[in-house]
Design a protein around this ligand. Structure first.
Ligand SMILES: [Zn+2]
Ligand SMILES: [Zn+2]
Length: 340
């Protein structure tokens, strides 16, 4: 179930991306529950032959500026042992179409343009501005104090040493009560990674739990699994995300935890939500909302469903839900940090 390359996070566990989150309810296909509530023009997943209509990964959808190399194909072995052909996608580690940051405000007087966002599992998406820093003791408890009362200065991990000490599983006590951020400049401006994603998805009879990473967006950013919010909050820290839903960790650089529109670059022609990327199993990931601003109601536990144009595909969760998808419906390829 779990990708072997999780072992590449021996030290920095968790603080940002790297935890493996076991999602309960990801075993078995109980989508039959939905069969009575399908709209007239939306066939249920039971009536669709996924094999016949599956829309496989389209390399032409990716923005070249986010890639280190053009997308090619190579032999690969999926998590279920299937030996097949995969697309090889090498990302540069820098998003093709957006700046990285800002994450943490510097003073309690800063406005929302000087910080990013935060979510904590409560369903709220917070703007991380000065007012938010001030509100933390009300939100999380009286032992939260992320700013200097005399100067209004926000305690930010503003060096590589500080960010890496705060990113350890056992957060250095010196960096408790900090807004944690790591600059991508500490890591060469971007961490190149290679993804192998099956050309033809291999559906699983029982979905796999999420692994550390989930997939890649069309603008060349790793989609991470859920952020380990409990570990972050228990150290009286927030690991702020930028307005695209991403932040930087010391192992894999910049990665997304939330879909906030920065990968939404190609418009669907039929009113369906826009495609934003692909999961490691080769199925497409689409935005949450269609052109009418509505969410589909027939998603399974992985946040996927099928239609006659796309076959099986996922829809991203809302940003505050701390995930893109709920589980893998197909056997995954892999993702590795490039060594140079
Ligand atoms: Zn992260
Ligand atoms: Zn859909």
């Amino acid at each position: 179930m779990i990708q072997s390359d999780n072992t590449r996070f021996p030290v920095y566990l968790c603080l940002y991306a790297a935890c493996t989150i076991g999602i309960s309810g990801c075993s078995g296909d109980d989508s039959a529950d939905n069969s009575t509530s399908i709209a007239d023009d939306t066939p249920s997943s039971e009536t669709i032959d996924n094999e016949a209509i599956q829309a496989n990964l389209d390399p032409d959808l990716f923005l070249a500026a986010g890639l280190s190399d053009s997308i090619s194909t190579t032999d690969c072995t999926l998590t279920d042992g299937t030996q097949t052909e995969c697309f090889k996608i090498v990302i540069s580690g820098t998003p093709a179409n957006a700046d990285i940051g800002p994450f943490c405000p510097r003073n309690i007087t800063d406005d929302a343009t000087q910080g990013g966002v935060w979510f904590d599992g409560s369903g709220e998406l917070y703007q991380v501005d000065g007012s938010f820093i001030l509100s933390l003791s009300d939100l999380y408890g009286s032992d939260w104090q992320l700013y200097d009362e005399a100067t209004g200065e926000v305690f930010v991990t503003d060096s590589q040493i500080a960010c890496e000490a705060a990113a350890r599983p056992d957060v250095d006590p010196e960096y408790q009560n900090h807004c944690v951020e790591c600059s991508i400049d500490y890591y060469g401006g971007g961490v190149a990674q290679t993804l192998l994603i099956p050309v033809k998805p291999v559906a699983l009879s029982n979905p796999n739990s999420l692994s550390a990473d989930v997939g890649v967006t069309l603008n060349g950013v790793v989609i991470a699994g859920p952020a380990p919010l409990n570990a972050i909050l228990s150290a009286n820290t927030i690991a702020a995300f930028d307005d695209c839903g991403g932040h930087v960790n010391p192992v894999e650089g910049y990665h997304y935890h939330a879909a906030l529109g920065c990968s939404d670059i190609i418009s669907s022609l039929d009113g369906h939500a826009n495609i934003i990327g692909y999961a490691l199993d080769g199925y497409g990931i689409y935005a949450m909302l269609n052109s009418e601003g509505e969410e589909d109601f027939d998603l399974d536990e992985c946040r996927g469903h099928s239609d006659e144009n796309r076959g099986y595909h996922y829809h991203a969760a809302s940003a505050a839900e701390n995930m893109f998808i709920g589980c893998f419906k197909g056997a995954q390829g892999s993702i590795t940090v490039d060594s140079n």
